[in-house]
Design a protein around this ligand. Structure first.
Ligand SMILES: [Zn+2]
Length: 197
């Protein structure tokens, strides 16, 4: 029911906007419907939709850092379409470990590479300490793993299987979530995402 979330302030969007389409939300559609959000410190923290960005700008909670193509019109004003905005006050970044863990984010963190044999295809995720042995479903216990290694390791502990992840898994940097939210990173964002430059 994502069609029923009106912005707090009336915002007229340019025609043809893909904000409501799930494809656009997944990054498969128009990249321009995503806006990169920087903290007051200029650290990139997440990606939001154009409506959310417009509300933040109209309430003066954010400023435009980079503009995209076209403009946004509110009741009495029009302003260039934002591509990158910066929050005027510091927003505490959610502790990385508490960001939602998804397979895509795990894959992105691990460069889409099996952490046991470095294969890049047929990927799944592995609990380093198997759940049956008390392993948690947290960033620190989940790695990218190919189906072959996953079958080989089965329900064993790393030392039993003699299989150890290349890198000890950690909660990823915010830029990983930005990549996952928007796989096609717009040019105007790159300067603000040093890890992707
Ligand atoms: Zn493997």
């Amino acid at each position: 029911m994502h069609a029923s979330d009106p912005p707090a302030t009336a915002v007229v969007l340019p025609s043809g906007n893909g904000e409501r389409s799930p494809a656009a939300r997944n990054g498969a559609g128009r990249v321009s419907s995503h806006v990169l959000v920087l903290n007051a410190t200029y650290e990139p923290i997440h990606v939001c939709g154009i409506r959310r960005a417009a509300v933040l700008l109209l309430k003066d909670k954010a400023e435009v850092i980079e503009t995209g193509v076209g403009e946004l019109r509110a009741e009495r004003t029009a302003f260039p379409r934002p591509a990158v905005i910066r929050l005027r006050t510091y927003a505490p970044v959610p502790r990385h470990g508490r960001r939602r863990l998804t397979r895509r984010a795990v894959f992105a963190r691990d460069d889409w590479t099996c952490q046991y044999c470095q294969a890049r295809g047929d990927l799944t995720v592995d609990h380093v300490i198997p759940r049956s042995k008390g392993g948690s479903s947290e960033w620190e216990n989940i790695v990218t793993c190919c189906a072959t290694c996953n079958r080989r390791k089965a329900d064993r502990l790393p030392h039993q299987a003699r299989m150890f992840p290349r890198r000890s898994p950690r909660a990823p940097h915010p830029s990983v979530f930005i990549q996952v939210a928007c796989p096609r990173i717009p040019e105007s964002w790159r300067a603000w995402l040093p890890t992707l430059a």
